[in-house]
Design a protein around this ligand. Structure first.
Ligand SMILES: NC(=O)c1ccc[n+]([C@@H]2O[C@H](COP(=O)([O-])OP(=O)(O)OC[C@H]3O[C@@H](n4cnc5c(N)ncnc54)[C@H](OP(=O)(O)O)[C@@H]3O)[C@@H](O)[C@H]2O)c1
Length: 327
């Protein structure tokens, strides 16, 4: 590939707009195609972002030979089929979080990617923002000693819309899949993907999905993660990582934080790391980097970890007795 990586976007909703803006700030990337369920929305989106090829179906986008990588931005229940469709047409796939509805679906997608030797990645954009990259580097360098505890919360107060994807069980509604994945993914990044014990409780709202939840994870070495998520309660949206020699605060909102504070002994260092672009550019750059290097997955968000995280979310939902109609 000598030209910039040629991107397509599948679905034209809220986050597709954000990602398209992020791509405009990504070196080595060009947005060349969009696929929608209707040509009208494809054209409207195409006009907004000056996209040359607009497709009236996801199948047409998948069959577009002029596309290298596609960003999947549909509601969660469609991630599996959309990703498999693209992989079967040889397209590299960056799929929104949560990767699918459950671990069984995730495994199906990963199996197709591996059988066909095609690049696949969960769009956990938090992992690539500079402040989070710096936090990983500091932890790896022993700056806060041995990590003993992670605390993270992600909650916001949305109005209840029974039809919308946040509250509708048919669209995989609920806080855990929408934002609980951020706090569990952060814990996984720091403490590993496989806690030894998981204890959780939730409040199920009027539409039958989880509105706020607390999760306690205990790891084999005794490390703890104290996590919460909510779609009806605004919380501080911070993450703290405590070690034997100090701590790191990822400032709010931690999922796209632009500053961290590092405490060691009596000292506190504030480090500003502003986002360049809207933040989605970093995950797009990671895809480009991997494709250029001939990699089939990212070592920052590996597929086995994506699968382990979906298994964790499944086990949390099992404790609540929450299943979705499509399961
Ligand atoms: N990374 C982040 O920061 C972030 C933020 C928000 C959301 N997300 C994730 O992105 C995904 C989409 O969220 P969103 O807020 O962008 O959703 P949204 O605004 O509802 O848009 C979803 C798009 O998916 C397509 N779609 C296909 N089948 C659909 C169906 N049956 N019902 C509704 N839409 C359907 C539609 O595009 P067409 O009409 O063009 O086909 C629609 O515009 C979710 O998995 C969510 O978790 C990630």
């Amino acid at each position: 590939m000598t030209e910039p990586i040629r991107w397509g976007i599948l679905g034209t909703g809220n986050i597709a707009h954000q990602f398209a803006r992020g791509l405009a700030d990504t070196a080595d990337a060009e947005l060349v195609a969009v696929g929608s369920r209707s040509i009208e929305t494809a054209n409207t989106f195409g006009d907004e972002f000056s996209i040359p090829r607009r497709h009236a179906s996801y199948d047409e986008l998948a069959a577009d030979d002029g596309v290298d990588a596609v960003y999947v931005s549909t509601p969660h229940p469609f991630h599996k089929d959309n990703s498999i469709l693209l992989l079967e047409h040889g397209k590299a796939v960056l799929c929104e979080k949560p990767f699918t509805i459950n671990a069984g679906e995730t495994k199906e997608v990963i199996d197709v990617a591996r059988q066909r030797d095609i690049f696949l990645m969960e769009a956990m954009w938090t992992r690539y923002v500079p402040a989070v990259v710096r936090a990983r580097e500091l932890i790896a360098a022993g700056a806060i000693g041995d990590v003993r505890m992670v605390q993270a919360d992600f909650g916001f107060r949305a109005g209840v819309n029974p039809e919308g994807r946040l509250f509708n069980p048919d669209l995989g509604g609920g806080a855990l899949l929408d934002v609980g994945i951020y706090v569990t993914s952060l814990a996984s990044m720091v403490l590993g993907p496989r806690p030894a014990e998981v204890v959780s409780t939730t409040q199920i709202g009027e539409t039958g999905v989880d509105e706020q939840s607390a999760m306690l994870l205990k790891y084999p070495g005794g490390e703890l993660a104290v996590l919460s998520c909510a779609v009806r309660t605004g919380t501080s949206v911070e993450a703290r990582i405590f070690g034997t020699e100090g701590s790191i605060l990822l400032h709010s909102p931690f999922f796209k934080c632009d500053a961290l504070s590092v405490k060691r002994g009596g000292d506190e260092e504030h480090i500003d790391l502003p986002l360049e672009g809207n933040g989605y550019n970093y995950e797009a750059a990671e895809v480009g980097h991997c494709l250029r290097a001939g990699l089939k997955e990212s070592d920052v968000m590996p597929l086995d970890e994506t699968l382990a995280l979906m298994e964790l979310l499944d086990s949390i939902r099992a404790q609540w007795g929450l299943t979705y109609p499509m399961e």
